[in-house]
Ligand binder design. Structure first.
Ligand code: NAD
Ligand code: ZN
Length: 379
């Protein structure tokens, strides 16, 4: 019997309150409304942002909520007005959207859609301000418009990238957030030329994806900077050729890098969220041509301070959101780069658990173990 137009009852991992283990519940998922798509999620992975909003420290707590935003799945049905997707399409839901109509979407340079830009406080669908999830009639909030910790979810069509159906969803699911963010920061924004040197600040999943971007771009030297020495061993697999731990030096890390490179690196990408690392990442690029790109999300009260002469000396400072990728237009091509064996993803997936053990993925991330844990929905 077709489920189109019907409420689907399925399993979802519900966060009832901050910091408490998720509980797997039977939920009701309403059919997709105007400009919405209902997706059967097959694989989802855990990202820091999920843990951040589960913990809800310094956030607007919004519970009960279904978290999750890195995922891959198959379209089950589409709502009114959806013409470019149909049941059976393989898709990645994306936490930030592309309406294809606003000034940002019409600009070649921006991916910061006015309608569907990331909104962490919104818990309902924009069409009618209601949730599509409920338990015994009580609504459960959405997260980032994706809520992928559910066997079925409803997403705005502008937040869905249609991808090659041959792409393995258990691998390419990680492209729906962290890997694209880091990779795009390097290839789309820092744009190192072949043979140039690149410094990566922060060797977590995002920083290692930025290093992967440097490797694919043919960087000659990839200098990894991290305060945690245990990150260095793993980073070797990602083409990082040299390491600097700021704690090992009694001068600022930008001076250490300038000495190592005869004046500074050609490009740097900051993936830490530390304001000190952001300033160092900028000040360590070579004068005359160096470009620094900020990716990390700073604390609320941080301020970036540098002497303006660092800019006058022809250094460029940039920032980026989701690697400057437009989710619907650009992400399918990133999937193709993986299919063509240009970009490697398998090395980012260090763990995998069945859906019933989703809390294990949280434990691994809280313990700082591994990079990405893929959660298998059918297991
Ligand atoms: P992570 O916590 O796994 O890795 C961060 C690394 O930075 C850690 O290894 C840590 O030891 C290191 N670090 C911290 N302070 C440092 C310092 N002062 N100098 C050198 N290293 C330092 O985080 P992640 O998941 O890889 O994410 C990295 C950042 O990217 C976060 O701030 C995250 O919020 C941000 N992010 C941004 C976007 C965007 O679109 N701009 C998207 C996703 C994530
Ligand atoms: Zn838009």
């Amino acid at each position: 019997m077709s489920s189109v137009g019907q409420v689907i009852r399925c399993k979802a991992a519900v966060a009832w309150e901050s910091g408490k283990p998720l509980s797997i519940e039977e939920v009701e998922v309403a059919p997709p409304q105007k400009d919405e798509v209902r997706i059967k999620i097959l694989f989802t992975s855990l990202c820091h942002t999920d843990v951040y909003f589960w913990d809800a420290k310094g956030q607007n707590p919004l519970f009960p909520r279904i978290l999750g935003h890195e995922a891959g799945g198959i379209v089950e049905s589409v709502g009114e007005g959806v013409t470019d997707l149909e049941p059976g399409d393989h898709v990645l839901p994306i936490f930030t959207g592309e309406c294809k109509e606003c000034a940002h979407c019409l600009s070649e340079e921006s991916n910061m859609c006015d309608l569907l830009r990331i909104n962490t406080d919104r818990g309902e669908m924009i069409h009618d301000g209601k949730s599509r999830f409920s338990i015994n009639g009580k609504p459960i909030y959405h997260f980032l418009g994706t809520s992928t910790f559910s066997e079925y979810t409803v997403v705005h069509v502008g937040q869905v990238a249609k991808i090659n159906p041959d792409a393995p969803l258990d691998k390419v699911c990680v492209l729906s957030c962290g890997m694209s963010t880091g990779f795009g920061a390097t290839v789309n924004v820092a744009k190192p030329k072949k043979g140039q040197s690149v410094a990566i600040f922060g060797l977590g999943a995002v920083g290692l994806a930025a290093a992967e971007g440097a490797r694919v771009s043919g960087a000659s030297r990839i200098i990894g900077v991290d305060l945690n020495p245990s990150r260095f061993e793993q980073a070797k697999k990602f083409g990082v050729t040299e390491f600097v731990n700021p704690k090992d030096h009694d001068k600022p890390v930008q001076e250490v890098i300038a000495e190592m490179t005869g004046g500074g690196v050609d490009r740097s990408v900051e993936c830490t969220g530390s304001i000190q690392a952001m300033i160092s990442a900028f000040e360590c690029v070579h004068d005359g041509w160096g470009v620094a790109v900020l990716v990390g999300v700073p604390n609320k009260d941080d301020a970036f301070k540098t002497h303006p002469v660092n800019l006058l000396n022809e250094r460029t400072l940039k920032g980026t959101f989701f690697g400057n990728y437009k989710p619907r237009t650009d992400i399918p091509a990133v999937v193709e780069r993986y299919m063509n064996q240009e970009l490697e993803l398998d090395k980012f997936i260090t763990h995998s658990v069945p859906f019933s053990e989703i809390n294990k993925a949280f434990e691994l991330m809280l313990a700082g173990e591994g990079l990405r844990c893929v959660i298998r929905m059918d297991a």
